[in-house]
Design a protein around this ligand. Structure first.
Ligand code: PLP
Length: 402
């Protein structure tokens, strides 16, 4: 099967669980076994099935006269944060137990992506350094960090690469601590050890939710980032939030968003608040018949997918994926392994894994993009069932035709 490919997408059929290979106009083109499966992006469409089950029950209507003002709460440091969203963020963290809210300011952003930029600005700007300071993260790191950091060729910060080999330990720097990590799902701590230099940390905790990993303790760091994209699957709403301890850093982050986008869409905030409220209610001990616990539902989906992935790989010695330790989860009250949002797969030595998968019409992201080797690829585990099913059926059939 090493050879040509056609531009096809998998589209779910309303009446059948069998995937249809269609072109962009939706017309039937080919058998699923021929279709291109795009597992490159971490697009969280897996969660659609949960929200579809709820139907119209948790819809939100916003009348035309509502939410006209730029301002949400002028008494709040983050003046564009909708009070309802603030309340639901607090509620959810208290229920899940994954972060300490107390003594932190909540800042809403257009996705956690905007908050990463806001944090880099807020930490670097007051230093008044003659040269841009380094932003580092240990490889394999989230592939967007280098792009985001260097996009505007800022005079404040620049991408400094792999934190494991970072060597300017007497200068100020920022380390991105991504835990669980994208792409490999590993729980992380900071790695740079300094000689007294001013190291600053941004904890990117967008995957620290119980469907992906055990909640072992509430995170309590100076800057922590979360997003509905990876928590509830509502990436299209573009709502993220930061929990920030230091008031001056929080003010600078707000300033960044003020100058950048003059706040964050109120419609999106209200929708996110509604969604967060629904999942908090779904976690209540007294079970509502028509509202399944959101985290249990999505955890079970990921457990099933990872089980099938490991079985598929067992039948093909070309690939391997890491094992994760069992840990006690305070949220579920049970031991669990991690079931990350991405599979970080390694091919046998000398094989360009992204290229090999592409020859088999599976789009993934090369290890190179994460500061790692081409033997590695990142494959999204958050796509719709139809795509994951075709991927898992195709995986055992792939041969090394190098
Ligand atoms: C580690 C990490 N941080 C941040 C983001 C940005 O997410 P969003 O801007 O959708 O909140 C992503 C998205 O994939 C991510 O994987």
């Amino acid at each position: 099967m090493c050879g040509t490919e056609q531009a096809l997408v998998i589209k779910s059929s309303k009446n059948s669980s069998v995937p249809q290979a269609t072109d962009n106009n939706g017309s039937m083109q080919n058998h699923p076994s021929e279709a291109i499966i795009n597992l490159d992006h971490g697009d969280p469409t897996m969660y659609e099935s949960y929200w579809k089950k709820l139907g119209q029950k948790h819809n939100l209507t916003i009348p035309g006269f509502q939410s006209l003002s730029y301002f949400s709460n002028i008494k709040n440091l983050c003046w564009f944060l909708e009070p309802k969203l603030e309340q639901e963020i607090k509620m959810l963290h208290n229920i899940v137990g994954n972060a300490i809210i107390k003594d932190h300011h909540i800042i809403v952003g257009t996705g956690s992506s905007q908050l990463i930029m806001a944090a880099l600005f807020a930490l670097s700007e007051p230093l008044n350094q003659p040269n841009p300071i380094n932003v580092v993260s240990p490889a394999p790191y989230y592939s967007s960090y280098p792009e985001m950091t260097d996009l505007l060729r800022s005079g404040l910060f620049k991408w400094g690469g792999d934190a494991n080999t970072y060597d300017h330990k007497d200068e100020p720097y920022i380390e991105m601590v991504t835990s669980p990590n994208n792409p490999d799902g590993v729980i992380r701590k900071p790695v740079v050890i300094t000689n007294g230099a001013k190291g600053m940390l941004v904890h990117d905790l967008v995957y620290y939710w119980p469907q992906y990993t055990a909640i072992t303790s509430p995170a309590d760091h100076d800057i922590m980032l979360f997003t509905v994209s990876k928590c509830t699957g509502h990436a299209g709403s573009r709502i993220g939030w930061a929990l920030v301890r230091d008031e001056n850093v929080a003010k600078k982050m707000v300033k960044f968003i003020e100058v950048n986008t003059i706040g964050v869409s109120k419609e999106a905030q209200l929708r996110a608040a509604n969604i967060l409220e629904t999942i908090s209610v779904s976690c209540q001990k007294i079970k509502s018949r028509d509202l399944e616990n959101f985290f249990e539902y999505s955890h079970n989906l990921l457990v099933e997918r990872w089980k099938k992935l490991r079985e598929a790989i067992k039948k093909n010695e070309l690939f391997c994926v890491a094992k994760f330790p069992l840990q006690y989860c305070n949220f579920s009250g049970d031991f669990t392994e991690s079931y990350p949002a991405f599979a970080w797969m390694k091919c046998k030595d000398g094989v360009d894994c992204e290229k090999l998968l592409k020859e088999h019409k599976i789009l993934s992201r090369s290890g190179r993009r994460f500061g790692s080797d081409p033997e590695y690829v990142r494959v999204s585990m958050l796509s719709r069932d139809e795509e994951i099913d075709v991927f898992l059926k195709r995986l055992p059939t792939i041969l090394d035709c190098k």
